[in-house]
Structures are given as C-alpha cells and as structure tokens.
Write a protein that binds this ligand. Sequence first.
Ligand code: DNO
Length: 409
Amino acid sequence: MRQTWRWFGPKDLVSVDDMMQAGVEGVVSALHHVPTGAVWTPEEIAQRQNEIATRRDGSPSGLRWDVAESLPVSEDIKKQKGAWRQHIDTYKTSLGHLARAGVDTVCYNFMPVLDWTRTDLSWSVASGATCMRFDYAVFAAFDIFILGRKGAALDYPEEIAEQADDLFRAMSEPQRDALAKNVVFGLPGAAEHFSLDDVRMHLAEYDDVSHDRLRQHFVDFLSEVVPVAEKLGLRLCCHPDDPPFDLLGLPRVMSTEADYRYMTEAVNSPANGITLCTGSLGARPDNDLPGMMERLGDKVHFLHLRNVKRDTAQLRGSFYEAEHLGGDTDMVAVIAAVLREEKRRRQAGRSDASIPMRPDHGQDILDDHNRKAQPGYPAIGRLKGLAELRGIMTALSHPAMAGVVESGK
Ligand code: DNO
C-alpha cells in the first residue's frame, strides 16, 4: 500500500511540511477552486504539483501528487440536462491533462446534489476527542422541518419522524441554522456552497430522475470517459455514497457491493475501478468490507481507510466516526485482504500492485482543537489513524505472518 494523505492546497491548515512529519509517501489533492464542469488546465495542474513538491523553506519535499480527488462530475452530467455533453468533453480534456502530468489515479463520485453528509461536524466522544456524526433523526428534522421538503416525513420510519419532531421543537433558532450549515455547507473543499433555496432548486431538478435513470446516466458517463481513461493509462475510481442510502428523496446508486458489481461490469475495463471507502460503506451493516475487498479487489484503485460506529442494526441509521481501529469494521481483516490482492497483482506483473491508501478522516484530538483544519481532516487525529494503520500493515507484511495473511484466518 502506498501511504497517501489528502491535501486541500495552500489554504489547508495542515501543511506539506506537516504531512512529511506524518511520514506520508504520496499526496491526494484536487483543484477545488476550479468550478465543476470547467477544464483543469495543464498550468493549474503543474502549479499544484509544484506546491506539493516544495517545503516551506523552498527545499524539495520529495512528495508527488498521486491521486486526483475529486475530479467532480457535474450535476448536468448526472441529470443529463443542460451542458452535460460539453461537461463530458471537458472531463475528458481534464483527464488528458492529468495523465500527461503523471497523475494517474482519479477519484470521483456520482452522488446527486450532496456529497458526504453529516449532522454534526464536532461531536464529543468520551475521551474528549471530537468527531463527525450522522444522526438519522436529526437529519430527518432538517429535511422535514428546516428544508420543509414536500412528503419528506413519509420517507422515514414513524419513530424517526416522531423523534425528529421532538428534536426540532427543542432546537433554538441558532441551533437550527447550525444544523442547516452542517448538512449543506460543511463539505470540505466543495466548490459550491449551497443555500437552502439552492438545495430546494437542485432537488426539484431530480424530480424525474429515478434510481434506474441515474444508473443509466452513470453508465452513459462511464461509456464515454472510461475508454479515454484506458487509452491514457489512467485509473478512475468511484467513491461510494456517504452515507450509503438515499437522502432527501434523491436516488443514490453506489451504496452496496451489488452497485459496485453492476457499474464495473457495465463498462468492463481496468480503467473503471473503485475507491473502497470503508467508512462510507461501513455505515450499512450489510456491507461486508473485508469480503468486498476480497471479491472486488481486482478493481480497487484507491482505499479510504476509516471506521464508523453504528447506533443500530437498521440499514439506515445513525453513526459516528470512530477511531480507525475502533468502529464496526474489522480493519485488520480489510488490510489482510488488501495485502492478498497486492500479492496477486505482483504475481500477475501488474504495475499497480501497490494500492494508494489514505487514512480517511480522523477525530480531532490534542492540538487539533486549536488548529481547526477542514472538518474530518485534522493533523494529529489523522496522523494517529495513519500510525495505527501503518502498524497493522507492517505487522501483517512481516514474513512471520505470511501464512496467516494468505489463509485469510
Ligand atoms: C469526504 C470525502 C468525499 C470524497 C468524494 C469523492 O471526506 O471522502 O468528499 O472526496 O466523495 O468524490
């Protein structure tokens, strides 16, 4: 595994120098300031590469930009409305520019309107650390009462809708505003910043987009961009829905193993791959992460290693972002499955035998509380996650463990 680290660019409060001290081997970044649908130009790409390659004192960092996350897919492409054909051309152009610059792994997602969604960006756990949380009843309160989406109450189990009612009544105006902000404005690095009216307008645009239709639009998009990526020697990798179930009446089509199987088979190419995000997928108890890595591993081009603790056994429910080894996903089993996949690749002579991973998110601990970097991307909490994951990777890669890792026991 190649140990990478997400960097939001020069505005990131965690610097290139910081990530070097965390011992990372490569960098994940994006041109967040370029509006979705516009070309990532060679000049802008070169500038970001240069920023990554340079320490604060001007000396070389030795780091390179390995993964683009995300090259965003426009709403027009997802809906097949407006400028969608032009946006697909733009996407292909940006892929060409990235390939020529040597950035060969490109992550994206296909979630309508909202990317990852949380109700609390700073939720306290017993240790005094804070983390992000998705509370289903609080989210329902936002949807039914703050956003006021028509028919929203019917999308929730009765007891959740009742809890949402109580929660909403107990909230002060500032608390309601803060919740709306967490849900719609809290996305790290998002180019767009939505108001509630923007969200309402976007939702209305999806009135006639069912799951099947969104899935078809996704396949249409892949049919266009995957052959281009394949020729360029790129690896595209789709990030799962987070959380992995429908929100706000919008369809979500990348939430399960079956979804991944469908999309990788619909356009079968080594360039059409997966970002296995154990945190996003792990919010659903029916996603067996070690098994998914074992079965889909061949197509996994990028790993987000993160853990969540679920409140319930329901398919849709609340969860919080646990420590990397502390949640419901068996991280040791996932890493063992990754190591087996890497071994298969080495034996097959594949050039992508070392899969880039990043410690995804992290709890805010110690000095993170003062630094206040991007939600989910603290310096120390992430470093702790990386150190723990690295420990497992190192131990399981030791010759003494060879038999154990290979037998999957
Ligand atoms: C959240 C991230 C996501 C991810 C996109 C990929 O922390 O993992 O925002 O970058 O969904 O397109």
